[in-house]
Design a protein around this ligand. Structure first.
Ligand code: ATP
Ligand code: MG
Length: 480
């Protein structure tokens, strides 16, 4: 039973599931690894349990797994509390209060072993003073406290237990922020505040749905018998438009690329994420695609949910539809990557610095000789110089660090583009170009021509300023 395969984050989530199912509005994960008796405790202000329910809660499979559950119930097997707790510790104490009655029970594996039987410990209220945070629960009207002590699996022979537990709790923080994000924001059926040693968790929204650049696609409903599965696809903003925090939030699986796929929610709680269930491969193009799938707990029998609620395989009916959707949804992100440059050429007519030359089965990048800045340079050079310039261009083209850019971008390192070139520098370059042309002709026409090409096109809002500078430089020449 202890070897079901829980990690600390999944074990704590399973206990927190019970708190949320009991309509708690606050769940506090309390811990102290440096205490004489290190502990982890989960305190909630939910309904609590009467003495009978508390006993059956401590029983293995005390609830029938085939029973229909309340739509907001995050449980299924009647095992979570026991298996999750005992995967980490040798002693789990449940203290629960409801209708003014407090019940306290423990499973202690040492007692079970010594007595060679399932002897449940029943505590008097007077004994509770030694249990960490029992007083906090007693001060409440109702609620439940689960305390883990004898943390053999969790702390083992760890030398600095306090520091080790603190570091493990950082993983817990990240995990809870993600799997319960819709409860933390209140986007689920209701809002729940989750705390770690009284520090409020923030919601980690893997769709960046509050970000302006995120594309929210039309939602779909898949009917399964009388039940409905809701599907909602998102395309994240282009990576250069994401803040560092947003990039981290959107990376739930090591890299943005690995984090693409379905995000499966059961009764509002994230269960499985970042996988296409092999319905479509994860590729570079789908890097920004995330598809949220909401399933009600009434479909548990179809999803082959596991005890830890950390694995689920979609039923065939849903699979077929998801396959179609997966391929369809990967497309928008596809377009952003491949056609970003060319689309702009088609619609805006801006003269690009680089031309993408597509051969039969490869692509190369060439510097556009027709770019006005280059034309001016060619025109200004004496005839012997043009050969040298052409040679320089060939050197640049043939060493364009394609591989390096690719590597960096696949590791989610933003690679800056022209949009980040400082305005001041571009204005200077514009004046220099004007000087190169011998400052003849109409300055306004010159400015407009230049602004029709990269990277000067981003100066559009500075047209007045650019014109001033150029006129000024002409006056300077006249005076000189
Ligand atoms: N914090 C809590 N507040 C109120 N009731 C609780 C709490 N924790 C457990 N219970 C009760 O104890 C029962 C058993 O909990 P347990 O987590 O072992 O199984 P489950 O939630 O029914 O199913 P699962 O194995 O899927 O978690 C729950 O169904 C619930 O009725
Ligand atoms: Mg449970």
């Amino acid at each position: 039973m202890r070897a079901v395969g829980y990690s600390l984050p999944t074990a704590i989530s399973d206990v927190a599931d019970n708190s949320i199912a009991a309509h708690a509005t606050t769940v506090n994960v309390l811990f102290d690894g440096s205490a004489e008796d290190p502990y982890v405790a989960i305190l909630d202000n939910g309904w609590g349990m009467g003495p009978e329910s508390a006993r059956s809660a401590m029983q293995l499979a005390g609830t029938n797994a085939n029973e229909q559950r309340d739509a907001a119930d995050l449980g299924r097997f009647g095992l979570g509390l026991k298996t999750a707790s005992l995967s980490q510790c040798r002693r789990v104490t449940l203290i629960t209060k409801r209708g003014g009655v407090t019940t306290a029970l423990s499973w202690d594996l040492d007692v079970v072993e010594e007595s060679s039987g399932w002897s449940l410990l029943v505590h008097e209220e007077g004994e509770l003073a030694q249990v960490p945070h029992a007083n906090d629960l007693l001060a409440q009207e109702h609620g439940t406290l689960v305390v883990w002590t004898k943390l053999d699996r969790l702390l083992g022979e760890e030398h600095d237990k306090g520091r080790y537990l603190d570091s493990q709790m950082e993983l817990v923080r990240a995990h809870l922020s993600l799997v319960f994000h819709r409860f933390l924001t209140g986007d689920a059926s209701r809002r729940v505040s989750i705390q770690l040693n009284y520090r409020e968790l923030r919601a980690l929204d893997p769709f960046l749905s509050k970000s302006k650049g995120t594309q929210v696609h039309r939602s779909e409903t898949v009917n399964v018998g009388d039940e409905r599965v809701e599907v909602q696809a998102y395309t994240l903003p282009y990576i250069n438009r994401m803040s560092k925090r947003e990039r981290e939030d959107a990376t739930t699986h090591g890299s943005l690329r690995d984090s693409q796929g379905f995000y499966i929610y059961r009764a509002g709680r994230l269960v499985v994420w970042g996988t296409w269930f092999r319905l479509t491969p994860k590729n570079e193009m789908g890097r920004l695609t995330r598809v949220r799938v909401d399933i009600p707990n009434s479909l548990d029998h179809l999803w082959s949910l596991d005890i830890k609620k950390s694995a689920a395989v979609p039923p065939t009916v849903v699979r077929n539809r998801l396959r179609e959707l997966a391929t369809k949804f990967v497309e928008p992100s596809n377009r952003i990557h491949t056609f970003r440059g060319r689309k702009a050429v088609d619609t805006t007519g801006i003269v690009r610095t680089w031309s993408v030359v597509e051969d039969r089965d490869s692509t190369r990048y060439e510097i556009n000789r027709g770019h006005p800045a280059l034309q001016q340079l060619f025109d200004a050079l004496p005839s012997g110089g043009t050969g040298l310039l052409e040679e320089a261009l060939l050197v640049i083209e043939s060493t364009f660090p394609v591989q390096d850019v690719f590597n960096r971008m696949s590791n989610d390192v933003p690679v800056n583009q022209a949009a980040e070139t400082p305005v001041e520098q571009l204005l200077d370059a514009l004046v220099q170009s004007w000087t190169l042309t011998g400052k003849s002709g109409d300055p306004a026409k010159f400015v407009d021509m230049m602004m029709g090409s990269e990277p000067f096109n981003i100066l559009v809002e500075y047209r007045g300023q650019a014109l001033d500078r150029i006129t000024q430089s002409s006056t300077e020449m006249d005076n000189g």
